[in-house]
Write a protein that binds this ligand. Structure first.
Ligand SMILES: [Zn+2]
Length: 113
């Protein structure tokens, strides 16, 4: 389950930040996750609770912001919104496109005290 590994790296970031910025507790964390990040949200929330238990982020509220996926069509040279990774271009029907957004998984911000 790679959600566990994701939460462990998030935990690492929070610990590093705590040292650098001298805070004791993370009360809320906001994550931006794209639809193609390959993350199961239920599994992520479960892993987050497990990983943060007994740490500076114990009881931390996890807020997930789902971002929009976009792709770039090569024949049209246009950028458009996609729901599914292998959807064709809505203008020309081409499959020659590159996903430009939707695979991200990043910490947007956190509330600390
Ligand atoms: Zn097109």
């Amino acid at each position: 389950m790679h959600e566990m590994a994701i939460c462990e790296s998030i935990m690492q970031v929070m610990e590093d930040q705590a040292k650098q910025q001298d805070f004791q507790h993370v009360s809320a964390l906001r994550l931006e996750i794209g639809p193609f990040a390959g993350v199961e949200l239920e599994a992520l929330r479960f892993s987050f609770d497990v990983v943060t238990r007994g740490t500076l982020a114990e009881g931390c509220q996890l807020e997930v912001i789902e971002t929009e996926a976009r792709a770039w069509c090569l024949p049209c040279a246009k950028d458009f919104h996609v729901d599914e990774r292998f959807d064709p271009c809505p203008d020309c029907g081409s499959y020659q496109m590159q996903v430009t957004a939707g695979e991200e998984l990043r910490i947007k911000d956190m509330e600390v005290n």
